[in-house]
Design a protein around this ligand. Sequence first.
Ligand code: ADQ
Length: 462
Amino acid sequence: MSRLIIVSNRVADLEAQVQSGGLAVALGDALRTVGGIWFGWDGKLVEGGEPAAVSKNENGAVTTATIPMTERDYEEYYLGFANKVLWPVCHYRLDLVHFEPGYFEGYKRVNCNFATALAPLLAPNDVVWAHDYHLISFASELRALGAKQRLGFFLHIPFPPPELLQAIPTHEWLVEALFQFDVIGFQTENDVSNFHRFIENHADGEILDDDRVRAYGRTVIARAFPIGIDVDEFANAAQTPEADSQIERLNRRTVVRSHIIGVDRLDYTKGLPERFKAFRKFLEMHPEHWKAVTLMQIAPPTRIEVEAYANIREELEGLSGAINGEFGDFDWTPLRYVHRAMPRDTLAALFRGSEVGLVTPLRDGMNLVAKEYVAAQDEEDPGVLVLSKFAGAAEELEEALIVNPYDIDDMANAMQTALRMPLEERVERHSALISRIRTHDVAFWRKSFLKVLAEGAPEVVA
Ligand code: ADQ
């Protein structure tokens, strides 16, 4: 059996008792089953000079192998090219792109450093699976060092339409580098079709069939593998005695009858100002809900060194203050805005205790919160998911109330529809949603990808 090598910007702590996300659990499980290595940055910043030494930590069949990076790498590759260029372009925010030539050099350098550090650890039969936009050129660096292994890539964020991709000065180089992988996985059919359009119209390539594309002298598999969650783990966390007491706390000493919840990283892609404005509109339109409904928004800050993230934080603080000032009373805070991460068990309980889940990003690769909200509901009395049409999850979760996050009235109306929805309709929608996320869970995602990676594209196998 071949070993699995996972490569990602950061390596999850596989020994932690509580994993921070389903992804770490899923990939950790896969590694434990077939044995292998999780390779990436250890989160530490060091002085430049010496090539980065690999730290290994062996735990049964699984090894984590990590390297540090320099302050300059962090600035140019991570904050710069990854988060000021690729992230905004892939999320359709050309207005927030900030490009400097040093960023691209840093990106190439770190991908090369990663490949150079990993190469000596690889055995001929290993299968390598790299994750996300930080590592687009990783395979090409590894191939340059002579790697003949099967190399797969999964993009967790959207693949943009060619018209947007072309805003990146080095986009052709990046797409060509991507073709050094054997399998390229996307979240949705929409991403695959954007990718196909670029290949046909701008790379002189060919779409051979649903799965295979040819360009730059290589044939690769490019397909959608929509990511899922560990449904049972999340559903069980929502049903413990601790979860019951969290929900009781949520309802204690308050006049509020219904809870609306939003849980997101504080990111400009998540549509939070629009969501707050829609809540204000909802309160304006429906005074009957005053003192009866609360929106709880949990949004821990991320990437605070990037200016656009500081700006969004300021905007949200202004909006939430204004809404609470205008509508609040001594016994009612309409919008509770929590600026911190919560343990997953608490999140599961809060999801279960909330009648409405708002997932309204302006653009999102998939959005796991949408699936977690559904998984946490009581099957006999479920809440309603309000979901943006621009989240990848909307391709699958069509029984949610689908909204346009740019249309404030549409979202305000959806809040009202959700709160007024009869039990029978809620149960019907929820049972369709839960059965789909159960079938397409995170294990299904991982197995489908690895199956294709192990089999496909014989012509590229040495
Ligand atoms: P993210 O942009 O981080 O992921 P998402 O898919 O919603 O978005 O995943 C966030 C995860 O973090 C969820 O598991 C959620 O529960 C957790 N989380 C969010 N806020 C939290 C909080 N306040 N406290 C604790 N946990 C919190 C990227 C892409 C997505 C894609 C995923 C996986 O942007 O589109 O779905 O990768 O592929």
